[in-house]
Design a protein around this ligand. Sequence first.
Ligand SMILES: [Zn+2]
Length: 500
Amino acid sequence: MKRIVLEVVLALAMAGAAAFGYMSWKQAQGSKTEIEELTKASEEAKAKIDEAEKAAKAASDELESLSKEAEAAATKASQFEAAKAGFSAGTTLADLEAAYKKEKNLSPERQIGLATLRMLTKGAEDPATVEAYKKALAMADWGNRKNTICAAQIGLAATGEKVDIMADCLPKGSQMAKEGHGKDDAHAKDDGHGKKEVAAKDDGHGKKDEQAKDDGHGKKDANAKDDGHAADAKDGEKTAEKPADKHATPHWDYVGDMGPARWGKEFPTCGKGKKQSPLDIKGPFVKQMVDLSPAYKPGPLTMLNNGHTIQVNIPAGSKLRIDGVVYDLLQFHFHRPSEEQIDGKPMAMVAHFVHKSAEGKLAVIGVLLKEGNENPNIKTLWSNLPATEGPPVDIPEVTFNPANLLPKELNFWSYEGSLTTPPCTEGVRFFILRTPVNISKEQVNAFPFKLNARPVQPQNNREILIGQAPRDMEWLRNMLAQASQAKAASAEAVEGVENL
Ligand SMILES: [Zn+2]
């Protein structure tokens, strides 16, 4: 085609020149006296021919460069067409799928790659694309896989599926993109989390307000004054108990006549409740994304031996954010062995971190303590613990940061449960962290309660969720940047091809 254009231009130029020459020749025939003029005219004609030739040359040059571009475009286009053909024929996808098929356990990252290729091949509308992303999402094994989950969520969102994208998946600067986790600001004097204390309208657990009074282990108990866990109920505030009266007539215990099997007599929920804690944690699990962000602060140590456990009361300021809803850390306490069992087995101990939202909703983080090396933070606590039952003891010279007791990884199992002590009030969300922290055998033995764990309770159709609290975002951001570049590039290429 370019050749034709070129020839036409050249032909026109030559024709023009020839016509001019003919006219000049005719004029030359007209009169001898006009020779000078003719000469002049002929010179002019020559100049015009030169000009025409130049124009033709320019035109041809232009055409040539145009044609080079067109060739390059055509090459690109054919490459793109080949790639596109590969995509639309599904060969690329099929190749990749075939390659991946050989792998027993396709990583979620690869599944996402597959889903993305699917999106390129079949388009976002293709149900298989959505399925592929969903599969990637389902495959994400939550163990340090936040970035994968984010990628799948965003990929899924890109296909037009309605997906709630975790706050931490969004670029920095978007709301709540980064708050950090307890461990990260373990030593911060002031982590600036105070402002996060917005009372959320809805934390997804709505009408649990009847719990408002009941944050830990027993405020609802009519006998709260000698229940021992009453202190739990007061936001870490000290209770003025009379130690001498305590357990004169015990209302509940972990063994004997007042043991867990009898709790229901005096505390009906303990016997009749269908969502009781603790649970034996075993699969199948339901995967779920939860943004669990503890932001605990160091503060002066206050400890309590309430006759059932050792409890550390937390001064105001330590927070936990669960999917944007802010909870206050009130206290943490210990059970020996761990109340929760993992596949039928308890750990040496567990620390329960008890939190309450502005709406009165309770959430407990369980940190499993596994026999191993000495735990320096437990050492600090144990060297200050009140060995005998009594009111809270302030140890102002000791600063303690509850975040130090958390493992690095915040992956968890989660379920709806209850207080594990009478009155066994339900509506408590549990997050049992899957990564245990160490405690030495000596430290376990130094805990003043030999047995203070309620037996595991029936699961009763409750789902146990498995999830992970997010951390690293870089991978996802890079992936997203690449994806959007690729998308823009392919859109451009398509446009280029269509315009040819
Ligand atoms: Zn507990």
